[in-house]
Design a protein. Structure first.
Length: 368
């Protein structure tokens, strides 16, 4: 057996437009220069152009709707993964999604599996059944990767699992370059402009942000642009309609280049209930935007250096968020030191160093 010819299978059933996917593209394309046989197992065929031409794909023959239930997408891709691994035992799997199910399949087939956990399990830690299953199965992975020190601490104390921390690789040059593209969006040309970017899900909790805008709409000329899509979109749009926020809030689908909109904004707000290490905060920091974020597990506090680089508020506390927005307006000219403090901390997310960490971690598995 040629030790250097193991297949590296990157498992990500569904590719959307968020931070996980941005990391997927960076990591996969970098690894394709180092690893000869690399394949992506996914249902999302439309993103093939985002990957290096050397990368091959394990996809179902049938084309499925993007609106297909996420659990069905997982099942379809898990079946495709199982079929491939059953006849290609000389493989190693790096999983980005559906990690628990992926571990089960790999262990049944005696395949090495490395898990990249994207968000803190403390977001659903109150669910005892999920907690029990997660703790039992995650320990079976050959390696677990997380993306922040707080996340690592929680996994090692709450779940007693030894994990590796590799920060999200940040392409600073590309973000700055793309941000220079001119955009003309009338809604976002005047007033005090706030931006939020993320999937429209319960986890991202944009409803808290909308409650804050509703609270402030008579106090200031405020505009909120949300870039994203997801299962909560109709609920958010109903809230906007019921509270006459149409002149203050717009929801726009994910776009490939959100950076000109971030650059055009006055303030970036993250309202999530839980994260891992939110890419959007790093991108806002690259463009030197002031950040207000929930102090959720995990990531924001670490990026904002315990609040020295921005404002933090408790999950769901829209009144506190409203006060912080007003505080920012009052003191914005004196807050450049906070912006610069966060910007200086971005060295931790160095592109080449963190990409190389992935390669160094995977190398022993690919050669064993």
């Amino acid at each position: 057996m040629n030790k250097r010819k193991k297949n590296l299978i990157i498992f990500i059933p569904f590719i959307g437009g968020g931070g996980v996917e941005k990391n997927l593209f960076l990591i996969s394309n970098f690894l394709s220069k180092k690893v000869k046989n690399i394949k992506i197992c996914t249902i999302s065929k439309k993103f093939k152009k985002k990957f290096n031409s050397k990368i091959k794909f394990i996809c179902p023959k049938k084309n499925y709707s993007e609106n297909l239930n996420i659990r069905i997408k997982y099942l379809i891709c898990l079946y495709e993964l199982f079929k491939f691994l059953k006849s290609n035992k000389n493989s190693v799997v790096l999983s980005f999604q559906a990690n628990i199910y992926c571990i089960i399949i790999c262990k049944l087939l005696n395949i090495k599996v490395i898990i990249r956990s994207n968000s803190s399990p403390l977001g659903w830690y109150h669910n005892n059944f999920k907690k029990f299953i997660y703790r039992r199965i995650i320990k079976l992975a050959d390696k677990v990767i997380v993306n922040s020190l707080d996340f690592k601490k929680q996994m090692e104390t709450k779940f007693r699992i030894k994990v590796e921390n590799i920060y999200n690789p940040l392409n600073v040059k590309e973000i700055k370059k793309k941000s220079k593209k001119k955009v003309d969006y009338d809604f976002f040309n005047k007033g005090f402009k706030i931006i939020n970017i993320g999937r429209l899900t319960d986890q991202k909790d944009q409803i808290t942000l909308l409650k804050s805008i509703n609270f402030l709409k008579y106090k200031m000329k405020i505009k909120l642009l949300i870039l994203g899509s997801g299962i909560e979109q109709s609920n958010l749009e109903n809230y906007i309609k019921e509270n006459n926020l149409g002149n203050h809030v717009k929801i726009k689908n994910f776009i490939d280049n959100p950076y000109p909109y971030i650059l055009k904004s006055d303030l970036f707000i993250l309202s999530s209930k839980y994260e891992g290490l939110p890419n959007v905060l790093l991108e806002a920091a690259v463009l030197k935007k002031f950040i207000i974020s929930t102090n959720c597990p995990t990531g924001p506090k670490e990026i904002l250096l315990n609040g020295k680089g921005g404002y933090l508020f408790s999950v769901g506390d829209y009144k506190k968020l409203s006060k912080l927005i007003l505080l920012f307006l009052k003191n914005r000219n004196q807050l450049k030191n906070k912006i610069n403090y966060t910007y200086k901390g971005l060295f931790r997310y160095d592109l080449k160093r963190n990409l190389m960490k992935y390669y160094m971690l995977l190398t022993p598995f690919l050669r064993s």
